[in-house]
Design a protein around this ligand. Sequence first.
Ligand SMILES: NC(=O)c1ccc[n+]([C@@H]2O[C@H](COP(=O)([O-])OP(=O)(O)OC[C@H]3O[C@@H](n4cnc5c(N)ncnc54)[C@H](OP(=O)(O)O)[C@@H]3O)[C@@H](O)[C@H]2O)c1
Length: 244
Amino acid sequence: MTTLIVGATGATGRLVVDQLLHAGEKVRIIARNIDKLPPQLQKRDNLSIIQGTIIDMSEKERIKHVSGCDAIISCLGHNMSWKGIYGSPRKLVTTSIQKLIAAVEKRQSKETLKLVLMNSTGVRNRDLKEPIPFAQHAVLGLLRLAVPPHLDNEKAADYLRTYQNKTYSSIEWVSVRPDTLLNHDKVSPYTLHPSPTRSAIFNSGQTNRINVAHLMTELITKQDLWDKWKGKMPVIYNTSLNIK
Ligand SMILES: NC(=O)c1ccc[n+]([C@@H]2O[C@H](COP(=O)([O-])OP(=O)(O)OC[C@H]3O[C@@H](n4cnc5c(N)ncnc54)[C@H](OP(=O)(O)O)[C@@H]3O)[C@@H](O)[C@H]2O)c1
């Protein structure tokens, strides 16, 4: 299987690239700055690298790059700089997902394609009417106004959640929702939940990036896990912090 990854140069994206290659999968990445990918990763077999960004390339190029792919993973996120947070593109994740889906719909193959979005526990799954305390509701409202990346994550998740196939192509999706991200070298036990079990604002949990990468790899390679979570927004927490 071939998976296209955007956001592959990021702290989580590069771990997904590594784990998918390790699992024997073929990986294609689109990155604006290839040098941000560790050199040892750049040289790996079964990895093809395309320089550019989904938003800036032409539709023809996007269709070419999604063709032949069985899955797409987005680990895109705004850089935590003034320019990354308030500059263009403000809807980096949403626009990239929209353009990727449009390209998939226009490719020749009508095979089912898996799409995995890296999202956040701060984003609600409105299908489930997830209840949140009033205070958190107020803080999220402020974040929506003051921090464009939060709104972008919400819009991207909502776009996928309400997406209807417009053509004969079949796109299935999963939005993975980690809590506060941490860096660790080894995959550790983690748990998955349909909805957050703690407040993302007032009592946040922790999720190792490498565990997010592990989950994404398993979603792509294990059909039973995919079938369990497709069309859903699993929340992922490191296990140790869930022991009360
Ligand atoms: N931080 C947290 O605790 C937390 C918690 C839950 C969820 N999340 C979400 O998780 C996602 C990924 O997090 P992360 O820490 O792994 O991200 P990251 O290390 O910041 O990586 C972001 C990726 O997006 C790319 N990117 C940024 N701006 C771009 C642009 N304008 N055009 C094209 N590509 C662009 C970066 O490319 P370059 O390498 O070229 O910059 C990089 O590959 C984000 O959506 C974030 O909101 C974060």
